[in-house]
Design a protein around this ligand. Structure first.
Ligand code: ATP
Ligand code: MG
Length: 421
């Protein structure tokens, strides 16, 4: 029988590699908690309609990337491709708008998109994100960009750059779409096949195209900034000014539109030129979605959020995170001392120390080799002679360290004082 393998584009995270993930996750939690965000955990499976109605039927995600299936009751369900739609659903379901004027939520978890797998592009990937409900901005927009940039710098992502734009609100997008269509249609034949298709379904997506032949055409396309209403232009001006005041470098990218239908006004993308990333240099996308709560049946509620790709942050990050190593490795000189070894290990663990033991009954030499390999600070050696005298041997494992006797009852205190050094 051929052994089963994980689904293409989905990966196991093994214990040896997980410490970088855990470090990143705990730093993310610590950062966003300082800004007043509370965690939300939503189901991984949602009604398919949630994503169709929020992300938009003619977006890449909904058109071709969703993992959708029918359950036994013939309901169409989908593995979430992103987090915002679920947050908005939960916001409505729990009638949060009536509770507090603003809500700040964060999430961490897996997302699913059936894309072509590549470096930095997977079918199951992890995002960390935030959403703010009830604040029309523009100051909160700058606040979350500042939080994001600070976090990325803290976790060692080099050369972070922020691109911003505004999509306007109300009729802006529609008027701009018309202007764009008018400009692109005469160039139709020169566009890539994908962009020709998008021309009909979602012309703004042509601006997102990475095909070189499209980029030459797109470069000369009209800019959305020329179509902003005065209110939107003022919002964008204040957002930019606030970033300057916070000392966050950014560039305005008039053709930044991003893939999802629900965005309005503020839009941003954060990239890094880290060698680790390759072609997939976008680390985080975010923006305002002032109309989405209403679209999904709730009261008009301004909102903004971002989502960052954890794999990409880890690929870009240059900081090393040392795995945690044990304080002590317990060695039993005779196999009959294994219960004693387990007792000592338990005692040390109860004292808050990190203790390992090899309880298979192998030779002292083999246990010593494992102790060395484990990276533990000390080996604690138990022998029948020592047991009778109420002592243990403690051997420092690093630097060819010395060995000395420690009374059994004082072992935990002894090791704890060493561990603190
Ligand atoms: P891209 O342009 O790279 O496809 P996107 O615009 O689809 O990104 P968003 O939907 O805004 O990305 O998701 C936010 C972040 O999630 C991205 O910046 C990226 O870091 C990460 N991300 C998105 N799709 C994937 C994927 N398939 N595999 C790994 N990370 C991803
Ligand atoms: Mg994408």
């Amino acid at each position: 029988m051929t052994p089963l393998r994980a689904v293409k584009g989905m990966h196991d995270l093994l214990p040896a590699d997980i410490h970088r993930w855990q470090d990143l996750e705990s730093r993310f939690r610590a950062t966003v908690q300082r800004y007043g965000f509370g965690e939300i955990r939503t189901p991984i499976v949602e009604p398919t309609q949630l994503f169709v109605r929020s992300i938009g039927a003619s977006t890449d995600i909904v058109e071709k990337e969703m993992y959708s299936f029918h359950d036994k009751a013939d309901k169409s369900l989908t593995l979430r491709p992103e987090g915002t739609a679920s947050c908005v659903r939960a916001f409505l379901e729990h009638r949060m708008s009536g509770q507090q004027p603003t809500q700040r939520w964060y999430y961490l978890g897996p997302m699913y998109r059936r894309e072509r797998p590549a470096k930095g592009r997977y079918r199951q990937f992890f995002q960390a994100g935030v959403e703010v409900f009830g604040d029309p901005g523009p100051y909160v927009d700058a606040e979350i960009v500042e939080m994001l940039v600070g976090f990325l710098e803290q976790v060692g992502v080099p050369n972070v750059s922020v691109a911003i734009n505004s999509l306007g609100s109300g009729t802006t997008r529609e008027r701009y779409r018309h202007a764009l269509l008018e400009y692109l249609t005469p160039h139709r034949e020169a566009l890539s096949a994908d962009s020709q298709r998008r021309l009909e379904s979602n012309a703004l997506r042509v601006l997102d195209s990475k095909a070189p032949q499209d980029q030459d055409i797109v470069r000369e396309a009209p800019r959305i900034s020329e179509y902003l209403e005065p209110d939107d232009a003022e919002h964008f001006r204040q957002f930019s000014e606030c970033l300057v005041a916070l000392d966050i470098p950014f560039v305005v990218e008039p053709r930044l539109v991003r893939g999802l239908d629900y965005y309005s006004r503020t839009l941003f993308e954060v990239r890094s030129d880290s060698d680790g990333l390759g072609a997939q240099n976008a680390i985080c996308g975010g923006g305002r979605y002032d109309g989405l709560v209403e679209t999904l049946g709730g009261p008009s509620t301004p909102a903004i959020g971002f989502a960052l790709g954890i794999e990409r942050v880890l690929m870009a990050s240059r900081s090393a995170v040392a795995p945690q190593t044990a304080d002590a490795f317990i060695i039993s000189a005779q196999p009959e001392l294994r219960t004693e070894a387990l007792l000592v290990a338990t005692e040390l663990r109860n004292a808050g120390l990190h203790a390992l033991a090899d309880l298979r009954g192998t030779s002292v030499k083999s246990q010593m080799r494992r102790a060395d390999k484990s990276g533990a600070g000390f080996a604690v050696i138990l022998g029948t002679d020592e047991r009778d005298r109420g002592v243990v041997q403690v051997k420092q494992l690093e630097d060819q360290g010395q060995q000395h006797e420690v009374p059994r009852h004082a072992l935990a205190t002894h090791l704890a004082s060493k561990a603190r050094m």
